[in-house]
Design a protein around this ligand. Structure first.
Ligand code: SF4
Ligand code: SF4
Length: 327
C-alpha cells in the first residue's frame, strides 16, 4: 500500500510578522532560505509526490506567510486543478484585497487566519508587528468576497490562547459568529523544537533568551507541566514524521514542521531523493530521539487528552482574568 502523505510547503522564505513564540520572531540568528517558489518547481514536486505516495493534502505554508507570494493564486490553482486538497494559513496582515480575492477564487479548501487578541494592545504582544484592526477589516472583506464568489472555501479563525489573550477570546468569537466565520481556539505552543529541547536540558540546540522565558510564562498550556504529562505516553511512531513532509521555498526537506534551523535540519532537495530514502533518513535523526524522550512529539501533536486539565487548573477558563498576565 502506498504511503498517505500531507505536504507542507513554504512557498516563500519570509513572513511579515515576528511573533515571539515562532522562530521567525525568536530566532533571528538563523538564516534560512529566502525567495519564492516557482510554479514550475511546485509542478515538479507535486508530480513526484503523487508518483510516490497517496497525496492527501497540500498546505502552502509552514514557517512563513503565503500571501507574501505575489502569485499565490496560481500555486493554489495548480494544486486544486489536480483535484488535491489545498490548505492555507495566514496572519492576514497583508493589505492586498485583490490578492485575497484571487486566492479565494482559486478554491483552496481551507483558509485559516491566526489571531491572538481582539484589541491591538493584547494582539501585538503575541503577533508582533501585526495590526488587529487591519485583520478584522480584512476578515469582513473575506467574508463578503466568499459570499459574492459563492466560494466553497472554509474560512476559519484560529484563536491562539495565551494567558494574555484568554480574556478577549469571547469577543473575537462573537465577531466571527456575526460574519459567519468558524472560530477555533487552541493553545499556543512554544516553537521551534530546538528551543523546547533546550528547556528540557538538552545541549547544543537553540539558546533561550529573556524574551523566550516571557513567552513560556505567557502560555495558557504551561510547557513544563505539559511535557511531564506527554513524556508518560509513547511518542513513536511520530505522525509529524510518518504522515507529513515539509519543504522550504527551495524545495528542500525539513526534518519536520517543528524544526527550524535549515543549516542543521534539512535532508537535501525533495526532487533529488526517492521519498522512501527521505523517510528512512528522517527516522534515523538524533533529534527525534531527544524529542520523543522528552514527550515533545506528543506535545506538538496534542494527543494527550489530559493536557486540557493542566490548562484550566493553572490558567483559568477562557474569559477569566489571567492570574499572572503577560510577564
Ligand atoms: S507565527 Fe505565523 S505570522 Fe507569526 S511570525 Fe511565525 S509564520 Fe509569521
Ligand atoms: S519525533 Fe520530534 S523531531 Fe522527530 S519528526 Fe516527530 S516532532 Fe519532529
Amino acid at each position: 500500500m502506498r504511503q498517505g502523505l500531507h505536504l507542507y510547503i513554504d512557498v516563500v522564505g519570509t513572513c511579515n510578522l515576528r511573533c515571539p513564540s515562532c522562530p521567525v520572531g525568536n530566532s533571528p540568528g538563523v538564516k534560512n532560505a529566502r525567495g519564492a517558489m516557482s510554479l514550475e518547481m511546485l509542478t515538479e514536486i507535486l508530480d513526484k509526490a503523487a508518483g510516490e505516495s497517496e497525496l492527501k493534502s497540500v498546505a502552502l505554508f509552514n514557517w512563513t506567510e503565503p500571501f507574501v507570494h505575489p502569485h499565490l493564486h496560481e500555486l493554489v490553482a495548480l494544486v486544486v486543478g489536480r483535484g488535491l486538497t489545498c490548505n492555507l494559513s495566514t496572519n492576514l496582515n497583508i493589505d492586498k484585497p485583490e490578492r485575497y480575492r484571487a486566492v479565494l477564487a482559486a478554491g483552496p479548501r481551507l483558509l485559516r487566519v491566526s489571531v491572538s487578541g481582539f484589541t491591538q494592545g493584547v494582539y501585538r504582544l503575541t503577533h508582533a508587528g501585526g495590526d488587529v484592526e487591519r485583520v478584522k477589516q480584512s476578515l469582513s472583506g473575506l467574508a463578503e468576497m466568499r459570499r459574492s464568489l459563492r466560494s466553497p472555501t472554509r474560512l476559519t479563525v484560529a484563536y491562539h490562547r495565551y494567558r494574555s489573550s484568554l480574556a478577549e477570546e469571547q469577543e473575537f468569537s462573537v465577531f466571527c459568529a456575526n460574519l459567519g466565520i468558524a472560530f477555533q481556539p487552541h493553545h499556543a505552543f512554544m516553537l521551534p523544537l530546538e528551543k523546547v529541547l533546550t528547556t528540557c536540558g538538552e545541549v547544543g540546540y537553540s539558546p533561550l533568551t529573556d524574551e523566550d522565558r516571557a513567552v513560556l510564562a505567557n502560555l495558557s498550556l504551561p510547557l513544563d507541566a505539559a511535557l511531564r504529562e506527554a513524556a508518560t505516553q509513547p511518542g513513536w511512531p511520530c505522525a509529524l514524521l510518518e504522515d507529513q513532509v515539509v519543504l522550504n521555498c527551495r524545495g528542500e526537506v525539513l526534518q519536520c514542521c517543528a524544526t527550524f534551523d535549515e543549516s542543521r535540519f534539512t535532508l537535501g532537495r525533495f526532487l533529488d531523493r526517492p521519498l522512501v530514502d527521505i523517510q528512512a533518513a528522517r527516522r534515523q535523526a538524533d533529534v527525534c530521539q531527544a524529542c520523543v524522550r522528552h514527550g515533545v512529539s506528543n506535545y506538538y501533536q496534542y494527543r494527550i487528552p489530559s493536557l486540557d486539565n493542566l490548562t484550566w487548573s493553572l490558567a483559568g477558563p477562557p474569559g477569566s482574568a489571567s492570574p499572572g498576565g503577560r510577564v
